[in-house]
Design a protein. Structure first.
Length: 395
């Protein structure tokens, strides 16, 4: 555990009386409204155009990103020149120096954002996970300029100018700490209750994540928990985590019970423990219509029709990727249901139950159903075979 030494200076201050300064902000105005798509875990994808490139690119809207970025292969495909830098970015699988492309435009439907500095990253793993090319991630560089609404009832995003905004009734207003990333003080309960800081991360396709150090030091987890091993993907590639549940997660006045929770061995300091203990992801946040107001350091939550959606408790122990038009088994956790079913690396998934759509998101959703017997059709060594997997539950 790291220890932080605080030096406290005691100052004798005489009372000072001064006039109060009041700044009247203009009323916020709607700039544009357009649809978005969701991937598994609630991750939001929008289409936007970079500079003069006519093709529409796929961007993840991510409050967990401290800037804005482009995929390295997208830069190669469209001959986008980049410049080396000494700046490093940190993700779940490592730290790396990144190149930049400076002072560029991003054209969204009805809005052009100018003078953006994109750092360059490799999103090959994310593209394989979602079965669709990920061209970039939109974070602080965009959110800090506007007020952004996400309506998960209609799958529409609205962008407003900075200024005063009347929030909808029936919700709650959070006032997180805002650095480049919003940090919310909230309550988590399992073996014991802990109040702590957590990142507010719309780009994370999960409900909740805690660093292993935080979980250990806080002694929050019940001893009856038996986490399972799973694989996760993010900036920098793949890494293994443990998966369990916690009894309750409370954000503002809203309580969620029996919440799926990832435990992350944070050797690269992504979660910034001991200042923050982890993050809230978009599989939980999508249950609200969100207004993210970086300029005023506010986030408004309004429960929507997804508020009571069931959580995913299923566990298969198999990781599938979309590569070169095929859905391939990339990882199998030892002694997991997938291992016991006889899956091998590089098996090609042809169908799951009666679904032969070739849609990786649909296959993943089927394989996440708990306590179910699932037939999977695979191609192995040019032969078609049927395997049967018996999923389990993390509850």
């Amino acid at each position: 555990m790291r220890f932080v030494q605080l030096t406290i200076m005691c100052l004798l201050v005489c009372p000072v009386i001064r006039a109060q300064e009041i700044i009247n902000l203009p009323e916020s105005k709607l700039i544009t409204r357009f649809p978005f798509r969701q991937y598994s875990g609630g991750v939001v994808i929008i289409n936007a155009c970079f500079e003069q490139i006519p093709d529409s690119l796929n961007f993840i809207m991510d409050t967990g990103c401290a800037g804005i970025s482009l995929d390295s292969s997208t830069c190669v495909e469209f001959n986008i020149p980049t410049t080396a830098s000494d700046i490093s970015v940190t993700g779940i699988a490592g730290v790396r120096k990144v190149n930049f492309t400076y002072n560029k435009k991003l054209k969204l439907p009805g809005l052009t954002a100018e003078n953006l500095n994109f750092h360059i990253n490799d999103y090959t793993a994310l593209s394989s996970v979602y079965g669709e090319k990920i061209d970039g991630v939109i974070g602080y560089s965009f959110f800090s300029r506007y007020i952004v609404k996400f309506n998960f009832d209609s799958n529409e995003m609205e962008v407003y100018t900075q200024g005063t905004l009347k929030y909808p009734s029936g919700g709650t207003l959070l006032r997180p700490i805002f650095t480049a990333l919003p940090i919310q003080y909230m309550q988590v309960k399992d073996h014991r209750r802990v109040d702590f800081n957590f990142y507010f991360d719309t780009g994370a396709g999960l409900c909740f994540l805690m660093s292993e150090k935080f979980a250990k030091d806080s002694a929050i987890l019940s001893k009856k928990r038996k986490p399972v091993i799973t694989q996760a993907e993010g900036m920098g590639g793949k890494t293994q985590m443990r998966l369990t549940i916690v009894k309750e997660v409370k954000i503002g006045p809203y309580r969620f019970r029996q919440v799926p929770t990832y435990l992350y061995n944070d050797v690269f300091g992504v979660t910034a423990y001991p200042f923050t203990g982890g993050l809230i992801g978009n599989d939980l946040l999508r249950r609200f219509n969100l207004i993210i107001n970086y300029p005023q350091h506010e986030i408004h939550l309004l429960p929507n029709k997804h508020f009571n959606d069931p959580f995913d408790y299923g566990y298969s122990g198999i990781t599938i990727y979309y590569n070169d038009g095929k859905i391939i088994v990339e990882d199998i956790i030892k002694d997991s249901p997938a291992d016991k079913a006889g899956f091998l690396l590089d098996d090609e998934i042809i169908g799951v139950d009666n679904n032969f759509s070739g849609n990786i998101q649909q296959y993943k959703n089927l394989l996440q159903e708990p306590d179910k017997k699932i037939k999977v059709i695979i191609r192995r060594n040019h032969n078609i075979e049927e395997l049967v997997i018996y999923t389990t539950s993390i509850r």
